[in-house]
Design a protein around this ligand. Structure first.
Ligand code: HC0
Ligand code: SF4
Ligand code: SF4
Length: 575
């Protein structure tokens, strides 16, 4: 340990730690607009400056390493003045549009400017050209508003360093500088896969999702439309954060109650679709293992993450035959609702409007794919859903829990863990094992080993009778590229890939933690462990034990992999 003095008091830190992480660990709230948890320091915004006692020098806490005997001031007059100036310079090149900005509620610039007393108009002069550029609305998922961009570089770095994509970058110099896709391309023309990790990190209103809230209200207010909601696994453990709960508070029943208050006619569970996906994907895996299907290579790659699917289509089209043909869980729910539930309930499917509430921005893109036949009509991110709740004046934490509606409302522990990295693979293995051996394996017995140092790839071998199934879990697209390009790839049988770090719990549509970027990793872990807790406490932990799924096969689909299952629950991909 290293001993230092902070604001006149002793403090200990780990040798080699940056001042920023040491101060934050000790409970100091140090402002930054560019720092990203888990990535190397950037030192771009200069808001995290602290004063070195003695020299009076200001240093950026994010780049400065702690040293024995160091004495620092975190809120001296010089520190406060420097922070205020940084913020005033940012305001000088920022539209004063806070009142109607998509990020007004949780804009980090607005909060910090007010906190440090930054004045609008303190600096006047030329402005960057980007201020006069119209927002890029080319994609059906993400809006990029260059006029609001403060050039913090968070989106650039998360896209490049976490996802390994680099769809956006700094372009131009001086007053021309902006953050955009290369070669003047729009976001829709770029290599963006719509994971929304950049949206999650943007501190201001320069990146946000295309808003589906109004179209959902319209459907709810239309007396001739029956509106169906379904909620994703990861949403149930994050919505509460906007209403003051700690990350990971499970609120499934309260969310169902809130949806009925909002006027939804039916509330179903994407988890039901996850159980259904498990049945189909496990059957597909066993079929591929037996080598009977045409052009169905191993490893089988999971396909429920639309950003991952788009990534493969764009960057590795030669690998598309590896992708499971299963539609993702919420698309399965949409298809079953429109093609089966509607008939049973005597409703014209044309009058049904299905809304998916997802932790994900890419699901907006998926829902528009022609191959999926418009089974889902609108996708709300967790954040948009929270805004609807606020518009309706509902505090979800104060509602009495209610159950989901029958037919597509029941689910098992296998389904809920879909929301965290590794969950899809574990859930599929539970059922594949049963399909192959007639026995249930102990869910908690699956022990994965980390492959390489922090590379985001985990491995597991599972004995299926006399055959050993070689499986991997891939967390994030950078790790996915590493695996696709490694010789190890061809030796695997089954691989789960989720685009977002930590899986959907860290999805691009999730609420930003109350503690901001500084609390992001912690929030992700808390949400994932909450999902694992729901699984462990579930009376049923394997998809094949879901009574409603069994009933759906018995009365309509036949068996997993049947001709009807293929028509309703599977898809194909475009190179
Ligand atoms: Fe996910 Fe899903 S688990 S992708 O991460 O597979 O969005 O939560 O809803 O569809 O179930 C997201 C989360 C889902 C789907 C499920 C899968
Ligand atoms: Fe990059 Fe994902 Fe943002 Fe697209 S959505 S620019 S791929 S981080
Ligand atoms: Fe969406 Fe989940 Fe994929 Fe992220 S990991 S893009 S939240 S499906």
């Amino acid at each position: 340990t290293v001993r230092l003095t902070v604001d006149g008091r002793p403090m200990e830190a780990r040798a080699g730690q940056t001042l920023l992480s040491a101060l934050r660990a000790a409970g100091y709230e140090i402002p930054t607009l560019c720092h990203l948890e888990g990535l190397p320091p950037f030192g771009g915004c200069r808001l995290c400056v602290v004063e070195l006692a003695g020299s009076g020098r200001l240093v950026t806490a994010c780049t400065q390493t702690v040293a024995e005997g160091m004495e620092i001031q975190t809120s001296s007059p010089a520190v406060r003045e420097a922070r205020r100036q940084v913020l005033e310079l940012l305001l000088a090149d920022h539209p004063q549009a806070c009142l109607s900005c998509a990020r007004s509620d949780d804009c980090e610039l607005r909060v910090l400017a007010a906190r440090w007393g930054a004045r609008v108009g303190a600096y006047v002069g030329a402005r960057r050209k980007a201020q006069d550029e119209a927002p890029d609305v080319s994609s059906e998922v993400i809006v990029r508003d260059p006029g609001k961009c403060i050039l913090c570089g968070r989106c650039v770095r998360v896209c490049q360093e976490v996802q390994g994509i680099g769809a956006v970058d700094f372009v131009g110099r001086g007053f021309d500088v902006t953050v955009a896709p290369g070669f003047g391309a729009s976001l829709a023309e770029s290599g963006c896969v719509y994971c929304g990790q950049c949206v999650l990190r943007c501190p201001v209103g320069a990146l946000y999702e295309q808003d589906h809230v109004e179209r959902v209200w319209q459907a709810l207010h239309d007396p001739s439309t029956r509106v169906v909601a379904q909620i994703a696994p990861a949403v149930r453990v994050s919505v509460g954060e906007a209403f003051g709960t700690a990350p990971g508070a499970p609120l499934t029943g309260q969310i169902v109650a809130a949806l009925r208050w909002l006027g939804f006619d039916y509330v179903f569970d994407t988890n039901f679709g996850a159980d259904l996906t498990v049945m189909e994907e496990a059957a597909e895996l066993l079929r591929r293992l037996s080598g009977t299907g045409p052009r169905e290579p191993l490893p089988l790659l999971t396909s429920c993450c639309p950003a991952w699917v788009k990534y493969l289509e764009h960057y590795f089209p030669e690998r598309l035959a590896h992708l499971s043909t299963c539609r993702s869980p919420h698309e399965m729910v949409g298809a079953v609702v429109k093609q089966h539930f509607a008939a049973r309930a005597g409703i014209d499917p044309e009058r049904l409007f299905v809304v998916s509430i997802m932790p994900c921005t890419a699901k907006k893109f998926e829902a528009r794919r022609e191959e999926l036949g418009g089974a889902v009509d609108a996708v709300l991110t967790t954040r948009e859903f929270i805004r609807m709740l606020r518009q309706a004046g509902l505090d979800v934490t104060r509602l009495a829990p209610e159950p989901m509606d029958p037919l597509l409302g029941q689910s098992t522990g296998a389904a809920v863990i879909f929301g965290g990295s590794g969950g899809v693979a574990q859930a599929a293995l539970r059922t594949a094992y049963h399909m192959a051996t007639g026995q249930d394996l102990t869910p908690d017995a699956l022990e994965w080993t980390e492959l390489g140092a922090g590379g985001g790839i985990r491995r597991l071998d599972v004995a299926l009778g006399d055959r050993v199934l070689r499986c991997a879990i891939v967390d994030g697209l950078r790790a996915a590229r590493a695996l696709l390009e490694s010789p190890e790839f061809e030796r695997l049988d089954f691989v789960e890939v989720m685009a977002c770090p930590g899986g959907c719990v860290g999805g691009g549509g999730q609420p930003r933690p109350a503690a901001g970027e500084a609390g992001s990793v912690e929030a992700r872990l808390a949400r994932a462990s909450a999902l694992a807790g729901i699984d462990r406490a579930s009376p049923l932990r394997c998809a094949h034990h879901n009574p409603e799924v069994q009933a759906l096969y018995a009365e309509w689909l036949g068996s997993p992999g049947s001709e009807r299952s293929h028509r309703v629950l599977h898809t194909h991909y475009r190179p």
